[in-house]
Design a protein around this ligand. Structure first.
Ligand SMILES: Cc1cc2nc3c(=O)[nH]c(=O)nc-3n(C[C@H](O)[C@H](O)[C@H](O)COP(=O)(O)OP(=O)(O)OC[C@H]3O[C@@H](n4cnc5c(N)ncnc54)[C@H](O)[C@@H]3O)c2cc1C
Length: 427
């Protein structure tokens, strides 16, 4: 077991930790400092590699605080540190050119996330940052003495660092190395951690539902989350039916409200309107017009005018209507049941799909405990927290990486420029 020294130690070589190390290295280039990046995984950067279906959705062409959940006043200030334009320029400076897709998502023109990871690692090496994979940190202590330092206990010994950047991520995809152990490190250093739940996660439906028959089908849906009788979120987008339940961007974005409510012991319901943009009344009017103009057209053919045929068949069965019935022959009661099923469908959610399938973590270290101009802890001088470990989660579309880059920039630059802290200056 060895003991080594560093000016700056970053724990976690994911997106936020690598960004922090790069920005620290750059800021320290005029007055060289030892920067060491420790990661518990044998091969780090897994999440960058698997992100965006292997293409890494680096950011989005429009980023605003409303794309995130958490304290939006603080999030706004953090995001202001790195505009999307600056992010694009920063990546260009590392040899990664980005392209914009129709949805506004930005990807490397190579369509390979490996390009992004390699660029960050190369830049770390250029600035002399030492990256040590397979160095899992299990304990961090503040040293005794006049100057505040950190003694970091890892798999192969200890490292004493003047400043510490905690970039251990959340709990999503634990096999990548982000198993939530960073929360305990933060807690031991005096921070709080709000309850953590899977976000951007698919939802599992009751087996008796018709989802299996539609597996692979996508359609536009408006989802409304109602918690304890109150609507807390409403959004429209693409829903993907799968063999286990529902996925797709609108479901992923919605999932955090359901998982949070469940964690808090509240009753959450998810309703779907399969004719987004139309109210129940407007759907009734449309259906009645169709039934009047084409009374002999079957129900399934009528619904298929606006919905995928496979879905029309499934929803008719679910509403207890025979798809072959002529629309003009549908009894009033059945019509009303069908219209409510189409516009206020109650999804029978059993559970979320869990950490192995969640893209991010909702909850974490409260942003109020951080100085948003520097990402430095308000409780422990010399400690910085960046990325997913913080209580901030973005919607799907490159926002979570933008958060990682922006927080990494603030912490890296400040840590490299800051002076050592005498203990009596503690907050
Ligand atoms: C399948 C998937 C696809 C995604 N796609 C996108 C996308 O396209 N765009 C987007 O914006 N976001 C995407 N995300 C989310 C994004 O990957 C994360 O928000 C982001 O990686 C968080 O970065 P981070 O550096 O904070 O944490 P992480 O990337 O989780 O990195 C944390 C690192 O810390 C290390 N670590 C943890 N604990 C310890 C310890 N005790 N000691 C030492 N090391 C430790 C881990 O090994 C890991 O390498 C995706 C996520 C997943 C799972």
């Amino acid at each position: 077991m060895s003991e080594s020294q560093a000016d700056i130690c970053v724990i976690g070589a994911g997106a936020a930790g690598l960004a922090a190390a790069v920005f620290a290295g750059e800021a320290a280039s005029s007055h060289p400092q030892t920067i060491v990046l420790l990661d518990g995984a044998k091969t780090f950067g897994t999440k960058i590699l698997v992100s965006g279906g292997g293409r890494c959705n680096v950011t989005h062409d429009e980023v605003s605080p409303t794309d995130f959940f958490g304290n939006r006043r603080i999030i706004k200030n953090v995001l202001a540190a790195l505009s999307v334009k600056d992010t694009i320029t920063w990546f260009e400076s590392m040899g990664v050119n980005l392209k914009r897709e129709e949805t506004g998502k930005l990807f490397p023109i190579t369509d390979k996330s490996r390009t992004v990871l390699n660029a960050l690692v190369d830049r770390c090496h250029r600035f002399g940052v030492t990256i040590r994979p397979n160095h899992r940190v299990h304990r961090v202590e503040r040293t005794s003495g006049i100057i505040q330092r950190f003694r970091i206990h890892h798999t192969h010994g200890t490292l004493v660092a003047n400043r510490l950047i905690l970039a251990t991520g959340g709990r999503s995809l634990p096999k990548s190395g982000s198993d939530g152990s960073g929360y305990e490190l933060a807690r031991r250093l005096g921070h709080q951690v709000t309850p953590t739940v899977p976000a951007l996660v698919p939802l599992v439906l009751d087996d008796r539902m018709f989802h299996k028959t539609l597996s692979g089908l996508s359609q536009e849906v408006e989802l409304t989350t109602v918690v304890n009788g109150k609507t807390i979120d409403q959004r429209t987008g693409s829903l993907l039916w799968t063999h286990f339940g529902i996925s797709g961007p609108v479901v992923m974005d919605t999932s955090r409200f359901w998982t949070l409510a469940k964690e808090q012991g509240e009753t959450a319901h998810l309703h779907g309107n399969f004719l987004p943009g139309l109210t129940t009344e407007q759907v009734r009017e449309w259906f009645m017009n169709q039934a009047q103009e084409h009374p002999r057209r079957s129900l399934v053919k009528t619904l298929s005018l606006r919905l995928p045929e496979r879905f029309a068949e499934a929803i008719l069965t679910s509403a207890d209507c025979d798809g072959h019935t002529a629309s003009g022959q549908l009894p009033r009661n059945n019509r009303e049941r069908l219209i409510v099923t189409l516009t206020k469908f109650l999804f029978p959610i059993k559970q979320d799909r869990g950490w192995n399938y969640a893209e991010v973590t909702a909850g974490g270290v409260p942003l109020e405990e951080i100085n948003y101009q520097t990402m430095e802890s308000k409780l422990v001088p010399g400690l910085y927290l960046v990325g997913e470990i913080l209580d901030c989660d973005g919607r799907i579309g490159g926002f979570n990486f933008q958060w990682a880059w922006a927080t990494g920039l603030l912490a890296g630059r400040t840590a490299a420029r800051s002076r050592l802290y005498p203990k009596q200056n503690e907050a």
